[in-house]
Each structure stands twice: as structure tokens, then as C-alpha cells.
Write a protein that binds this ligand. Structure first.
Ligand code: FE2
Length: 404
């Protein structure tokens, strides 16, 4: 009987310890969001939405298109990486635009992670903290205010646990890349945020039996190391772009590098560099980092094992130019989290003639006219753009566009 009691106590202690480890591993605090989970089929899909710049002219069209994208893609997580509302000096209007955006995700019960860009709190009607508190009035928001100890607001991670619920299988980093430095140049992820990342990365690894937990990272502003992965052009050329810091230097895709998508404008990184990219290389857990900020850039370059990727602005202003905008989809499979797949979807490719007719027949008067508008205007934008690239490729002998 004594032995039986001893054995029972031992078993109970092990159970309590395991429960403790398990709860601890998935615990939420002000820098780690409540864990999400791979689907039963072992898949996890992220939609990258950025630079919606919602204002009175584009909010309804942009939000309607984002809703269509959600219905089509059925993401498990939406990450919204800043410049979400256009410089708005009125808190009531800002909240109204946030309501329209967040309602899309709330109605579909899609977990949504938000961080900020250089414009969100620029005018000052709402601080980053006020904005984050408002986003978090929506229960679909998994966003976090990291608190005053960490620079900016909106730096946190989201663990993704395996479909069987046994362990953290993947991780999503969200960084606030801040707005501007002291000289008015674009912001960057600060040294204390980098320290937070390194520590959290080590914790995830330790809780995973010493194995790296692979991850994707999201933030508004690209890292300056993007230029190290591009090739310095011999003077100014078509589809080469001036370095944001070193004026007079022009950069383009390196034909010997690993490139994808299209580079359409200068990557506008911060001038300051507090070592975020180097820290990610050192930790070896980040497969790719995704940014917005440069609205027409939909490209990626591999550098020191990490894909540095920019996504298009996710808004529609009712003109041909913005018909090229859209969103990015990332898919991860829990059976091999050391890789991911990525694709860009442009508004102008979203609807077939049949889709538009189905919308018309459904009585969605606003929707079918908008779908027709973006498809019609986009037709010319798409083929004009393709023709330009073809001509430049033929005459320069350079590859201008790579597969997504
Ligand atoms: Fe922007």
C-alpha cells in the first residue's frame, strides 16, 4: 500500500510537471501572443496585408477586396504591417477605418496580428499605444502592446503549435520598426528589440529540446542589408534604383543571387542599423522577413540564408496604378518547417469574368462593379508593365522579373 501511494504521488508529480512545462511553453505574456495551431492537415497559411493607408477615398474598396481575398484564401493568420490608416488627424475617423478593416477579420474569425509603420501615429491623433488598444478591442486580434520597456509598440511573437497540440512547431515574429530616427529618416528595429528577439529565440530553442524553432518575421521597414544582396549598377540604368543612404549609387537584382518577384523602387530602409539582421543570421531561426513600406515592391532576395522580402500595398484607390497592388500568401507545412512557399496576388488577377457575373447575379451591386473596375483597369496596367519589362530585358540583356 505504501509503495502504491508512493508510485501514485510520483505519477501525479510527473503529470503536474508536464502540465507545468506545457502551459509554460505556450504561455502568453505581453511579448508572446496566445499560441495558434497548425490545421488538422498540418498546414498553416498566413496572409500578409500592408500599407492599406485607409482613407475616405479608398477604405470601402480596399476593405471589400481584402474581404474577398480572405474568403478565397482562408488564411489561418493575417499579419498587418503598418501604415494601416492614412495620416488621420481625427481619432473618430481613424477608429472608423480600423473598424472597417478589423470587421473583415472578426466576421470571419481570422486571428489578426497588427504592427505599425511610419505613418500610423505620425499626426498624433492616436499614439501607437492608443491604436493598439483599439485594435485589441477586437477579439480576433492577437496583437500585443509590448509595454514601455521595449522600444515602439507592437513587437511580439506568435507561437504556432503542432496539429496534435504537443509542441511549438513554428513561430511568427512581429516587430515595430518604429517611425523615424532623430534626423527624420525612416526608423528601424532598435537595439533593445534586438536583445528581446535574441532572448526569446533562445527560450524557444531551449523549450524545443535545443532545436531551432523556424519562423517568419514581419515588420514595416526593410533592413539595410537588402543592398548587400543586390548588385551595384554601373551608373544609373533602367530598373536600377538609388541607394537610400549612399546617394549616387544605383542597385539592381544580382544575376548571381537568388531573386524573386519584381523590384520597382528604392528599398527605403532606415539609416540606422542596430543589428537586427545580423542577430537573425546568428540565431538561425528566421527563414524570411516580410516588409511593406515600399508600395510597389514585390520582390525578395536571399542573403546569408534569410529571404528579405517586400510585399505590395494592400489597397485600391480606384486607378489603374493601384490595380497592381494586392497581398502575399505564405504556406507552411508542419512536416517540414525549414521551408515555406510564397506567392503574390494582385487585385487585377483576382476575378474572372465568371466571378464578376456570379457577383452580379448575387445582387452585390457594389462588389461586381468594383471587381469589373479593378479587372478592366488592371488589364492595361498589367500588360503595359509586362511589355516595359520585356523591352528593358531585351535591350539590356538583364533579367528584370523573376518568379514570385
Ligand atoms: Fe506606406
Amino acid at each position: 500500500m505504501k509503495n502504491f501511494a508512493k508510485r501514485l504521488i510520483s505519477i501525479l508529480m510527473v503529470v503536474i510537471m508536464m502540465a507545468g512545462i506545457s502551459v509554460n511553453a505556450f504561455a502568453a505574456d505581453n511579448t508572446t501572443a496566445k499560441a495558434l495551431q497548425f490545421n488538422k492537415d498540418g498546414k498553416f497559411r498566413i496572409m500578409h496585408v500592408t500599407d492599406t493607408h485607409l482613407d475616405v477615398d479608398n477604405v470601402d474598396a480596399s476593405v471589400w477586396l481584402i474581404a474577398q481575398a480572405c474568403d478565397k484564401e482562408k488564411p489561418d493568420l493575417v499579419v498587418v504591417t503598418g501604415d494601416n490608416v492614412q495620416n488621420e488627424d481625427d481619432a473618430a475617423k481613424t477608429k472608423n477605418y480600423i473598424d472597417k478593416l478589423m470587421s473583415v477579420f472578426q466576421e470571419r474569425n481570422i486571428p489578426t496580428a497588427v504592427t505599425f509603420g511610419n505613418h500610423d501615429s505620425e499626426v498624433g491623433a492616436m499614439s501607437r499605444e492608443d491604436l493598439m488598444a483599439y485594435y485589441n478591442t477586437y477579439s480576433c486580434s492577437v496583437s500585443l502592446d509590448d509595454g514601455p520597456a521595449i522600444s515602439g509598440c507592437g513587437t511580439y511573437n506568435i507561437p504556432v503549435i503542432s496539429s496534435d497540440g504537443s509542441k511549438v512547431k513554428f513561430n511568427v515574429w512581429v516587430f515595430d520598426s518604429n517611425d523615424y530616427d532623430g534626423n527624420g529618416h525612416y526608423g528601424n528595429v532598435k537595439a533593445d528589440q534586438v536583445e528581446w528577439y535574441k532572448q526569446k529565440s533562445d527560450e524557444l530553442k531551449a523549450a524545443n529540446g535545443g532545436e531551432v524553432v523556424y519562423s517568419l518575421a514581419f515588420q514595416h521597414i526593410i533592413v539595410p542589408e537588402v543592398y548587400d544582396a543586390l548588385k551595384k549598377a554601373d551608373g544609373k540604368q533602367l530598373f536600377s534604383f538609388e541607394h537610400i543612404i549612399n546617394k549616387g549609387e544605383y542597385y539592381m537584382f544580382d544575376p548571381n543571387g537568388i531573386n524573386f518577384g519584381t523590384l520597382n523602387e528604392t528599398p527605403c530602409s532606415g539609416y540606422e542599423n542596430d543589428g537586427q539582421f545580423d542577430a537573425m543570421v546568428e540565431k538561425g531561426d528566421v527563414l524570411a522577413m516580410f516588409t511593406g513600406h515600399d508600395h510597389t515592391n514585390a520582390f525578395g532576395v536571399k542573403h546569408k540564408g534569410i529571404d528579405i522580402v517586400n510585399s505590395l500595398s494592400t489597397r485600391y484607390n480606384g486607378d489603374a496604378f493601384s490595380s497592381q497592388y494586392g497581398y502575399r500568401i505564405l504556406d507552411i507545412d508542419e512536416n517540414d518547417t525549414s521551408k515555406y512557399t510564397s506567392r503574390v496576388e494582385h487585385w487585377y488577377d483576382m476575378f474572372t469574368v465568371k466571378d464578376i457575373d456570379t457577383l452580379r447575379k448575387s445582387g452585390d451591386d457594389y462588389g461586381w462593379k468594383l471587381a469589373l473596375d479593378v479587372t478592366f483597369k488592371g488589364f492595361f496596367q498589367k500588360y503595359f508593365d509586362l511589355a516595359c519589362r520585356q523591352i528593358v530585358s531585351v535591350f539590356s540583356g538583364r533579367q528584370i522579373t523573376y518568379a514570385d
